[in-house]
Design a protein around this ligand. Structure first.
Ligand code: PXG
Length: 289
């Protein structure tokens, strides 16, 4: 495997960062997870825009332009002969002292890994997911704002631990006010009749790229799509619930806090959106050449 590291493609073994990198010492950095489908990088510009917004939000100057970054992603995919895959784009604060001061870190590290995608088991998409609401809340918007895709994912990791320890694979996270924010690494949607609802980002969710695509596909199909403040009431009483994310795509939630959602099976509208998403993903994106 060839890894992109600060402008060069290097062998996997040579792709190392310093133990003094603030990405390691403090989770100080930002990242993106991107998919390639059918020889194209899906929603590349949108991911790069979000990466640069995340970086701006933590006062990190990425030492290359967005266009250069986009070319670097495509080049890394090409070097690894990726057709369908998963790309991890990481920008760390770089090497600094053992103190917190980020201004002592002179050179951000830019890392691009283009690898095979590890998909969730097919069966999960047929049966749907069970989730629980966890005690770990999403960060307050004036702590590390959840709109920032930072390297500091402990909040999400703690939530994931609670879910796995309770015997389920995913969870719902609330925000400090008790409103639904998102899952540990996916956005959440509720279907009620012909209405598709998802929390607004200010409720503590990431502005998911898959989320945006799904909102558009649903609107094209005549659904009334709205960002709305949601509580667990909305989940428990929904016709259908699903999660969206780059890795998961669209996956049904059929049980929340041990209560079946709707009839306890993946719903028809979720399935229709998942099919539409697949078709769109396979036919769009930046060609890998
Ligand atoms: N919310 C959070 C907190 C995320 O990390 C999403 C929503 C979905 O956004 P996109 O843009 O992908 O539609 C994410 C991104 C994993 C994993 O291994 C998942 C993400 C990031 C890192 C790892 O499940 N999801």
């Amino acid at each position: 495997m060839k890894i992109y590291l600060n402008g060069k493609l290097v062998p996997e073994k040579a792709a190392t960062v310093s133990v003094f990198d603030h990405g390691l010492l403090y989770g100080d950095g930002v990242f993106e997870g991107i998919r390639a489908y059918n020889g194209r990088v899906f929603m590349l510009d949108e991911h790069i825009e979000r990466l640069y917004r995340s970086a701006r939000a933590i006062a990190l100057d990425i030492p290359m332009t967005k266009a250069e970054m986009a070319r670097a992603v495509v080049k890394t995919c090409a070097a690894n002969k990726i057709k369908d895959g998963y790309i991890r784009l990481v920008v760390t604060r770089g090497v600094g002292s053992l103190g917190l001061n980020p201004y002592l870190c002179k050179t951000p590290q830019v890392i691009i890994i283009a690898a095979a995608i590890q998909l969730y088991p097919r069966k999960l998409y047929e049966t749907g997911l069970s989730v629980i609401t966890v005690g770990t809340i999403r960060n307050h918007v004036e702590a590390v704002n959840p709109r920032i895709k930072s390297l500091n994912y402990l909040n999400n990791v703690l939530a994931k631990i609670e879910a796995i320890n309770a015997g389920v694979m995913e969870c719902l996270m609330l925000n400090p006010q008790g409103y639904i924010a998102e899952a540990s690494g996916d956005n959440v949607f509720v279907i009620r009749g012909d209405t598709l609802l998802t929390p607004p980002p200010w409720c503590g969710s990431l502005e998911g790229i898959t989320r945006a695509v799904v909102m558009e596909l649903a609107a094209e199909r005549g659904m009334d799509v709205r960002e709305e403040v949601l509580t667990r009431y909305d989940v428990y009483t929904a016709d259908e619930v699903f999660l969206t994310g780059t890795a998961a795509e669209i996956i049904s939630v059929v049980n929340a806090d041990r209560r079946p959602i709707g009839d306890g099976k993946p719903g028809a509208k979720t399935r229709e959106l998942a099919e539409a998403f697949k078709a769109f993903a396979r036919s769009s994106g930046a060609p890998i050449k």
